[in-house]
Design a protein around this ligand. Structure first.
Ligand SMILES: Nc1nc2c(c(=O)[nH]1)N[C@H]1C(S)=C(S)[C@@H](COP(=O)(O)O)O[C@H]1N2
Ligand SMILES: [Mo]
Length: 332
């Protein structure tokens, strides 16, 4: 993502060192086995998964299991990114600009008590506590590719359920066309807020039909545990066919609105970050190509051979219909 370093321009951040893979190979292989169903159905895996989470990093985070998702496209067969890479190479600008800042600084984030307020054009506006949200629908595990606009990607086993489950509960009214997602801003615990790089809070948005798509995930965990703070604890969005910045972390408010929300990145650089921001190898960012990507943790680090970026990040079969007849160069 691009950071405003002064009032006249934007600058690509320095690529931080990538943490080498290795220590989590066993866990990764185990999760992969589960993902392909070889270990068997969910009921049996619950206990073993919890035990695994605890023995792999005893007492660090609370286990949070999900049954392998049945949603079409939700269980990528790509090799998982190591837990270590996924939790130490992050974008969370509220905690700084370097990829290593969130893992170092996000421990100050207060995640309890936590509420998510749902308001605007809905019949049942409500303030949900985290506990309410955890109980709202059964937890699923989803293995998604997440592709950052900067040209790197990861494959992460998330835990959560379709945002659609929550949307159905609050009953949007007929004039609700978009959702606006507002994330936590707490100047006391978030040193990045002082930078003025973005107009805080970090606001994102989706069209109602995008938000209702079964792949749009309200996520509470990853790798069988609750989310680490640097990954957006206690609850975030994961929208796998869009550039990573659309997936807001540490959500506090969801507002149903009629007009297109003005997102934080669109405010900062509208010509660079459109509302849609669907992963699209044929629509370049104004200052760099989006045709290829680097998979974090892959052999060779920064010099690793790049992969071709796929249309809608590989989720075209599932989401292409949402954009039928739309000029994706114009609505980038
Ligand atoms: N609140 C908030 N959410 C955010 C960001 C952020 O800076 N603040 N960064 C986004 C970007 S640019 C990316 S690529 C993903 C990274 O998610 P991850 O660190 O869990 O991989 O989070 C997104 N969500
Ligand atoms: Mo990103």
């Amino acid at each position: 993502m691009i950071i405003r370093t002064n009032t006249s321009g934007f600058e690509h951040p320095h690529p931080a060192e990538i943490t080498p893979q290795g220590a989590y190979l066993q866990r990764r292989e185990w999760l992969r086995t589960l993902a392909v169903g070889a270990v068997g159905a969910a009921a049996g895996s619950w206990a073993s998964r919890q035990a695994f989470a605890q023995t792999s990093r005893p007492g660090v985070l609370t286990a949070l299991a999900g049954t392998p998702s049945g949603v079409a496209g939700a269980m990528s067969m790509d090799k998982l990114t190591s837990y270590k890479d996924a939790s130490s190479y992050n974008n969370f600008y509220e905690f700084g600009f370097d990829k290593s800042d969130p893992a170092r600084l996000a421990h100050t984030l207060q995640t309890s008590p936590w509420t998510v307020e749902v308001e605007g054009l809905v019949k049942r506006p409500a303030k949900y506590t985290l506990e309410d949200l955890l109980k709202l629908s059964p937890m699923e595990e989803r293995i998604y590719r997440l592709r950052c606009v900067e040209g790197w990607s990861m494959v992460i086993p998330w835990v959560g359920y379709s945002l659609a489950e929550l949307i159905r509960k609050v009953e949007p009214t007929g004039n609700a066309k978009y959702l606006e997602f507002v994330t936590q801003t707490d100047a006391k615990t978030m040193p990045g807020l002082r930078s003025g790089s973005l107009d805080w809070p970090y606001v994102e948005g989706l069209r109602l039909d995008e938000a209702m798509h079964p792949l749009t995930l309200l996520s509470f965990g990853m790798y069988g545990e609750v989310l680490p703070k640097q990954n957006g604890a206690p609850v975030r969005l994961v929208v796998p066919w869009k550039y990573g910045f659309k997936s807001g972390k540490s959500l506090v408010k969801i507002r149903f609105v009629e007009k297109l929300p003005v997102t934080a990145w669109a405010k900062a650089a509208p010509q660079e970050y459109g509302f849609y921001s669907n992963v699209n190898p044929s629509v370049d960012h104004p200052r760099w190509s989006q045709a290829t990507e680097r998979r974090i943790g892959e052999e060779g680090g920064l010099l690793a051979k790049k992969r071709k970026t796929l249309m809608f990040n590989g989720y075209e079969a599932q989401v292409g219909q949402l954009y039928a007849g739309i000029d994706l160069k114009k609505f980038y």
